[in-house]
Design a protein around this ligand. Sequence first.
Ligand code: SF4
Ligand code: SF4
Length: 194
Amino acid sequence: MSIRLPEDEKEFPWLPMLLDAYAISDQAVQEKQERDYREHGFQAACSKGCITCCYQQFIPATSLELAGIVWFICHKMDPKAQKSIIDVLENFSGERTCPMLQNTTCAVYSVRPLACRQFVVYEQACQAREDVLGTRPEHVLKLDNSSIRQAFRSMLPFYEIHTPEEQEVALNDNFLFKQSSYMHQVDWPSFFIK
Ligand code: SF4
Ligand code: SF4
């Protein structure tokens, strides 16, 4: 279920661009899961507390997605959770793991990046050190290109890319990926240290 924050979306014009992308992507993931179940009998192995992907995969996030995460931490978290994650981020120095992983939970689950939302593995949970894309690619959910592009399109106005023609060029040029960072390589302290 995608998060919607109508009052905040009125106040922060960039927020609907991000949450629309997440809603489009979540819907497409859900429909693809249902289709893969109908056609192949595949069931998602992902579950709460299953976290191998969070420390094993390189997770890209656009600057809009990073803005969403930082905003969510600053404005939407309860004070205890907020203090806990900010303590981690202030001292983060580029470990291999995504710093949003707190114990066995994603601290920013409702605003996690598209890469996390779209990475679904079927049948058997990822094993430690397993590269699922190599060992059993047939068990990795593959979204059709048009859904991915539709989600990306809703983020492009944040970068002042508005017309369909400009958006087509940006998508073909992998614009969003080129200005993304991996979650474990972001300079997190710069967002929080005063
Ligand atoms: S992608 Fe793999 S590790 Fe991540 S939740 Fe799904 S099964 Fe678990
Ligand atoms: S943002 Fe959350 S779901 Fe994504 S890699 Fe980090 S801890 Fe895992």
